[in-house]
Ligand binder design. Structure first.
Ligand code: FCB
Length: 455
């Protein structure tokens, strides 16, 4: 018999999430500048089916309907991202008032619905003009990011309740600049490391700019997962450790400890690193973890080139990701390992102890190729099982003492899943892209019940 669903604290924050380029569409409207994702999508072969975010879920025009759905869902917060190129079209200089007005209306609509606005400032849509000047390889981008943060903070500080300058810097560095699966599509291998430092510096500067503008409750949404060693053999354990250093601690240690996890890594970073780390570690009010799946890593075997999420890894790496067997998989092919969420939270509490601010799970979710709605219903039992399992795992982490304050389901609605285009569906709400009709899936109704019972 299944255990009863765990009780969460009454003030636990139930949320749902999205990101600008994945839902908004309206890429040429009201003075929005180009982002690296507009450029990337226009390049043949980059995105499944040649899909682009040009229309996406048309959230730019339909946000009142989406917010009404969120209100009926009962979430306490909606995590959305602000498109930098909508607010500062060239990434530097002139501010686009119409862009700011859009977010002002979105935030007002959320407040009117009794939903706390939770804003991400950078969910991967670097203004193309800045990319042309070096993007995150350039230190200047961090300064421009802080200027943009100040503009947004100045306008929205009185209503936005949670702030996240960055979303998943590891993905931008790894897939955007090292492997080329995401915009801007560079394949720089380890030469991409400066983009980690510059994003982190941008984060720290943006935290300071937001605070100066009167914003409070500031964190980050960072992607983390346990890294399992392929065996107990010393070389596999060492390989897994190296991998975890690169994907987890390289991004969390600077923020939470003010240092890089290894002197060799610090030595590869550009600029006055020690000074920068003081900025990067500007204290946060909370730390957000995005969790999807663990990694299994062994020592390099020199066999066929290992692939991570469709990206071929360059030869000569001291580790090799391996497929995780023995767990169900989503339709995206990701293993479903709910306990990996507990493990991720536990590894943060163990590593940082007192230095760890309260945690939020700023994303977790799954893609299944749901059937089309029939009579207003979309049965998605696997998505229900995913969130059910991950919330139970989170409750175990909390019972073990972790201070976790909320959970944001990825995603509120179906949306543009980056290089995989519209094939992958992560939403609690189904979107028919031909008509833009929204249909709440069974997982939406299930989540509403969970939230309702917790109140
Ligand atoms: C995360 C991203 C988010 C979404 C999910 C599935 O890495 O932050 O935009 O694509 O994965």
């Amino acid at each position: 018999m299944t255990e009863p669903f765990p009780a969460f604290p009454p003030d636990f924050l139930w949320g749902a999430a999205s990101a600008a380029y994945q839902v908004e569409g309206a890429v040429d409207e009201d003075g929005r500048g180009r982002s690296v994702w507009d450029t990337f999508c226009a390049e043949p072969g980059r995105v499944e089916g040649g899909d682009t975010g040009a229309v996406a879920a048309d959230h730019y025009h339909r946000f009142p309907e989406d917010i009404a759905l969120l209100r009926d869902l009962g979430v306490g917060a909606y995590r959305f991202s602000i498109a930098w190129p909508r607010v500062v079209p060239d990434g530097a200089g002139a501010v686009n008032p119409a862009g700011l007005d859009f977010y002002d209306r979105l935030v007002d609509e959320l407040c009117a619905a009794g939903i706390a606005p939770a804003a991400t400032l950078f969910h991967w849509d670097t203004p193309q003009a800045l990319e042309d000047a070096g993007g995150w390889l350039s230190r200047d981008t961090a300064a421009r990011f802080a200027e943009y943060a100040a503009v947004v903070g100045d306008r929205l500080h009185d209503r936005v309740r949670m702030w996240m300058p960055l979303n998943e810097p590891v993905v931008v560095t790894m897939f955007g600049y090292a492997l080329g699966q995401h915009a801007p599509g560079r394949e720089l291998g380890f030469e991409a490391l400066p983009t980690a430092h510059h994003q982190l510096l941008g984060h720290g500067l943006a935290v300071q700019a937001l605070r100066a503008a009167g914003c409070s409750n500031i964190g980050i949404a960072s992607n983390h997962s346990p890294v399992w060693a392929a065996s107990d053999a010393e070389e596999d354990v060492a390989a897994a450790d190296t991998y975890s250093t690169l994907v987890n601690w390289l991004f969390a240690d600077p923020v939470l400890r003010g240092r890089y996890p290894a002197p060799e890594l610090a030595a590869l970073m550009p600029g006055p690193v020690v000074e920068d780390l003081k900025v990067i570690s500007t204290p946060l009010d909370w730390f957000g973890i995005n969790y999807y799946q663990p990694a299994l890593v062994g020592a390099a075997t020199g066999g066929s080139t290992p692939v991570v999420e469709g990206a071929m890894l360059p030869p000569g790496l001291p580790f090799e990701p391996r497929p995780i067997e023995g767990y169900p998989r989503t339709d995206f092919g990701w293993p479903v390992v709910p306990d990996g969420l507990r493990e991720t939270v536990a590894m943060f509490t163990d590593r940082y102890g007192e230095a760890l601010p309260p945690l939020y799970i700023t994303e977790s979710g799954c893609s299944y190729h749901d059937p089309d709605p029939v009579d207003g219903r979309v049965p998605d039992p696997d998505r229900v099982a995913y969130h059910d399992g991950h919330l139970r795992a989170l409750a175990r982490a909390m019972a073990d003492g972790a201070d976790v304050r909320g959970y944001f389901a990825w995603a509120a609605t179906d949306n543009f899943e980056w290089a995989a285009g519209y094939r992958e569906r992560f939403g609690l709400v189904h979107v028919d892209y031909a008509t833009q009709t929204r249909t709440p899936k069974d997982s939406y109704h299930w989540y509403r019940d969970v939230i309702g019972r917790a109140r």
